[in-house]
Design a protein around this ligand. Structure first.
Ligand code: SF4
Length: 62
């Protein structure tokens, strides 16, 4: 599984970094970015939770 943040949609609320800081971090521009690596099995659940918790649906996990 990989995660992606659409920066055209992200509003920089920081929710995803709070839910799953191992996968999401805030970039210098104040918007979220996801790690480029494959998400390890033990982090998939929280990555999906972060995706579902994004208020503007900016996160894709696949
Ligand atoms: S939860 Fe969504 S809007 Fe908030 S920082 Fe993360 S990607 Fe951006």
């Amino acid at each position: 599984m990989k995660a992606f943040v659409d920066k055209d949609i992200c509003i920089g609320c920081g929710a995803c970094t709070g839910t799953c800081p191992e996968v999401f971090e805030m970039d210098d521009d104040g918007l979220a970015v996801a790690i480029e690596d494959e998400i390890s099995d033990d982090l998939e659940e929280s990555a999906v939770e972060a995706c579902e918790g994004c208020p503007v649906d900016a996160i894709t996990v696949e």
